[in-house]
Design a protein around this ligand. Structure first.
Ligand SMILES: [Zn+2]
Length: 323
């Protein structure tokens, strides 16, 4: 017999509902000690201490008590709107404890499939689906600000859109690369990544420019595989060019292109986890990939879970349950 846990008797005497409350309280405290906030209300207080009116933008609304969850309520002196500190963020109307959300984010950082997230977080598949789409809404347009500098590697990754919706190996159309979705991928020496959907099949100059044009700093040196469509992009962005003939048996090509080749295969592996996605959402998933890539990269400077919660609270975005 090992040492007895002094709380076993107490816990054994609790009803199912009481046990649930106890677990929530324990998780809340653990979260508070780890991240500095235990409940949604505390995180909102920390990152949205004075939210502007989500209807009219009035910067100094009046305090108006608290919701049952403890989240502060506000009233707008200009337009009369009533809202909470979470209104206008993707955490609006969230009924689960923040600790459950943090578990979900933790699993998402490992690209854990939705069914597994639902089971591990003890939420329904529907809730897990909704939460994933809340995360996607919070990173909408996220890549717009990313600019690659210095040495920049670019390439394309191809995925079958039927693979995205049905799973690899099922309902696969044969051959024709024209049927494959192209993803333009770039990464620089600081490991800043971008991944942008670039239509079907081999990209034209126009499509590559649309995908990567805004993401290259003038004077960057673009390292690429001599794909013709790259030249117009590189010229227009005022960048230098360094190219290697694509040949997977050539060790020089492999070494010079390793960074972007790896990124392409990570992205494909990541997408493979989400089979069943609507190909129309591919760009959103790529935004989430790039966001999480940066979050993990900077974990030592900015602890990742705290950073994602902060992002979700500070980003004005709304989840729409239209589907
Ligand atoms: Zn207002």
């Amino acid at each position: 017999m090992g040492a007895t846990n002094p709380y076993s008797g107490l816990v054994g005497g609790l009803s199912a509902g009481e046990l649930e409350l106890l677990r929530d309280a324990v998780e809340e405290r653990r979260l508070r000690e780890g991240l500095g906030f235990g409940a949604l209300a505390e995180a909102a207080e920390l990152y949205r201490p004075a939210p502007p009116c989500p209807s009219c933008g009035e910067p100094s609304p009046w305090r108006d008590g608290r919701a049952p969850s403890g989240v502060r309520r506000w009233r707008c002196p200009s337009c009369g709107a009533r809202f909470t500190s979470l209104s206008g963020t993707v955490l609006e109307n969230c009924k689960k404890p923040l600790a459950t959300w943090v578990d979900f984010i933790r699993l998402t950082l490992f690209a854990v499939p939705l069914d597994a997230c639902a089971e591990a977080c003890r939420i329904t598949h529907q809730t897990a689906w909704e939460w994933r789409h809340r995360l996607l809404a919070a990173v909408d347009g996220y890549q717009g600000r990313i600019v690659l500098r210095g040495r920049v590697w670019i390439d394309e990754a191809y995925v079958n859109d039927t693979d995205l919706s049905h799973g690899y190996g099922q309902a696969r159309k044969r051959g024709l690369s024209r049927q494959k979705l192209c993803i333009a991928v770039g990464i620089d020496a600081r490991k800043e990544p971008v991944a942008v959907v670039c239509g079907h099949g081999k990209p034209s100059t126009k499509r590559i420019k649309e995908a990567l044009g805004g993401h290259l700093a003038e004077g960057a040196v673009v390292v690429h595989d001599r794909e013709k469509a790259h030249n117009g992009l590189i010229r227009e962005a005022g960048c230098g060019s360094e190219s290697y003939k694509a040949d997977v048996r050539d060790p020089v090509y492999l070494e010079k292109m390793a960074l972007v080749n790896n990124l392409c295969s990570w992205i494909k592996r990541y997408l493979w986890r989400f089979t069943g996605m609507d190909p129309a959402n591919l760009q959103s998933y790529l935004n989430l990939y790039v966001y999480l890539f940066r979050v993990k990269r900077d974990d030592e400077k900015w602890p990742k879970l705290e950073r994602v919660v902060r992002h979700m609270l500070m980003t004005g975005a709304r989840f729409r349950s239209s589907t």
